[in-house]
Ligand binder design. Structure first.
Ligand SMILES: [Zn+2]
Length: 274
């Protein structure tokens, strides 16, 4: 009797050990490449010597040398940067991507990205996506103010000359008001729909990806995004990569803090081959 029980126990223990391993092997076989794709987010880029002069939001400023170090590393280690459309197709199981794949995004639409990050991206063949706040877009480009946003003519020019940088939406006016208070928290579904129509006048009709203002997802916002024809929406600072199991309207991103050493802010999210 005791032997029978022992035998049953051993069989059950064996099955318990085999099943998870088999499930794991099955899932790896289905997707032998990236299990998670990191989507990094930056805000503003500045020359190193100017970094000390910014007293506020130091996490949102990335020094040019740090950005260059990060992009050069991706390039030298054989990483591929993908467009948002490639990420979408991967998510839908329609595109295989190698293990060394990341996406680079910039929130808010600062001109400093164009001025300091874009030449580095061109040098290392890095693709990127900028999520633009529509009501901050100026008519003509201010190239002096470090906090300046991109202008309509800059967007128009870059769409013509630089297909590697894509412009997508961060809402028209749901980000912050003139006191820099978040607007998203107090806007309901009909207002959000109206906001998206206004954004279309700034960025045109092709825009179909959105980043939640401050990464703050509301049900009304998601519903309005789906209704308005957006196909993906990004959160902010979940500090993990995108999985195929993530909802297309709750995609996580990794915020790269400029006030933290790149080893912690950026490199730790990548493979072991540093
Ligand atoms: Zn933002």
């Amino acid at each position: 009797m005791y032997r029978e029980k022992l035998k049953t126990f051993l069989i059950l223990a064996l099955v318990a050990a085999i099943i998870p391993a088999a499930v794991y092997r099955y899932s790896v076989a289905r997707d032998p490449y990236a299990r998670e794709i990191p989507v990094f987010t930056y805000h503003r880029i500045c020359p190193d010597e100017e970094y000390a002069s910014f007293s506020r939001e130091k996490d949102l400023w990335t020094k040019t040398s740090d950005f260059e170090k990060e992009m050069r590393w991706l390039h030298c280690h054989g990483y591929r940067t993908v467009s948002i459309d490639e990420l979408y197709r991967w998510h839908q199981g329609r595109l295989d991507l190698p293990k060394k794949t990341v996406a680079i995004t910039f929130d808010d639409g600062y001109y400093s990205v164009i001025r300091y990050a874009l030449p580095i991206m061109e040098k290392y063949h890095i693709k990127g996506t900028m999520f633009v706040i529509g009501n901050m877009v100026t008519e003509h480009q201010d190239t002096e103010d470090p906090m300046a946003y991109v202008s309509r003519d800059t967007i128009r020019e870059l769409r013509r000359t630089c297909p590697e940088l894509e412009f997508q939406s961060h809402s028209y006016g749901l980000h912050h008001d003139s006191n820099r208070n978040a607007v998203i928290y107090r806007t309901e579904y009909p207002g959000i729909l109206r906001d998206f129509r206004r954004q279309e006048k700034v960025l045109g009709k092709g825009v179909d990806v959105i980043a939640y203002p401050y990464g703050y997802r509301t049900e009304g916002f998601e519903k309005a995004a789906r209704k308005s024809g957006y196909r993906m929406a990004f959160l902010y600072s979940q500090q993990r990569g995108v999985r195929r199991s993530d909802s297309l309207f709750s995609l996580p991103r990794i915020g790269v803090r400029g006030d933290v050493d790149p080893d912690v802010a950026f490199f730790r999210w990548l493979g072991d081959d540093q």
